[in-house]
Design a protein around this ligand. Sequence first.
Ligand code: HGY
Ligand code: MN
Ligand code: MN
Length: 410
Amino acid sequence: MKTEQLRINSDRLMQRIHRLAEIGFTEEGACCRLALTDEDKAGRDLVVGWMRELGLQVQVDPIGNIFGLRAGLEDSAPVMTGSHIDTVRTGGRYDGNYGVLGGLEVVQVLNEAGITTKRPLVVGVFTDEEGARFHPDMCGSLVYVGGLPLQEAYDTKGYDGKRMGDELARIGYRGTAPMPLYHPHAFVELHVEQGPVLDMEGITIGAVENLQGISWTEVLVTGQSNHAGTTPMRLRHDAGYCAAAIGVFVRQLVKELGGNQVGTVGSITLHPNLTNVVAARARLTVDLRNTDNAVLTQAEARLAQFLETLARDEGVKIETHSLARFDPVIFHQPIADLITHKARQLGHSCRPMTSGAGHDAQMLARICPAAMIFVPSVKGISHNPAEYTEPAHLEAGANVLLHTLLNLSQ
Ligand code: HGY
Ligand code: MN
Ligand code: MN
């Protein structure tokens, strides 16, 4: 069979997606495999088992990134694909998983066709892409490209107080492979869009050309707990009010800045969190993103200013810590163009895209040419059990990945 006639086996891909989704499945129908938990370990073990069945040479690096190598005719820089299999607490079954399992499906198609590519192929599984338990997000790929010292990552504490390095050892994925194990010739990540654009426009493939900047800030407010009935309003130092005011400010700031600015307060914890007690403390996180780094920096400055005024007016202490700060990333246009070309050759509609979400590809882009392939998310829903992509779209994206990787590795 000529290589251009090769196609992935959609049933097999769907079986692997649904099998992996059984691990960490919750009664609300979500996938919950927070990084380095027992569920994440079980997911890793399943994927490593599939890699071995496919004859891949499996190695694990010190931050727990997993790599499956398929030898090429040459011992040259490999073409790499992959993503992550850790999830947020209310994750869907496609975010990240689809990119890893799409890569394994490509390997199996080439095995069955008896094709050995010139360059080696590697499927990567990056640690803690979500950053939902251990900050920052894209942690494993950031360490991989030298953006975060390994020891600093090891010492990071999760929201549950556990240390990242200890959890990696506990689940048996604190590997010893050199880092970075491979300096890829190119990196292509297959991922669901997680936004509404492709679905709304009825387009099957997104050739992702760039990705927006990300700013995560932890805000700690220290006020004074007091009786919710007897304390005169002018004497209150109410951390609960401050947390709410910050959430409202972020929304107003986004509206004022307009353009591509987005922002949300996704996590608020109050102490003592009781009906009749003025909250003494609040811990909240602010997620700000923009394709324009200058405006994102402006948004951060406006937030800092608001916090200063709020602390003074409310007589509270406000401390902030940056949890993640990544500039916008421009991907490698020739690879994005190749994705478009292959999508069209396969008969799929395609359009250039900007990624609203962070991805491991943005980190690999620091060391090699990289780009991404998107497929539609129905109603743009993600980080939600209702996350869904039509099997035909999953098949289309995996076929575009197959032919993009074939082109890059021949
Ligand atoms: O936050 C993100 O954009 C990604 O899902 N980690
Ligand atoms: Mn993802
Ligand atoms: Mn995600």
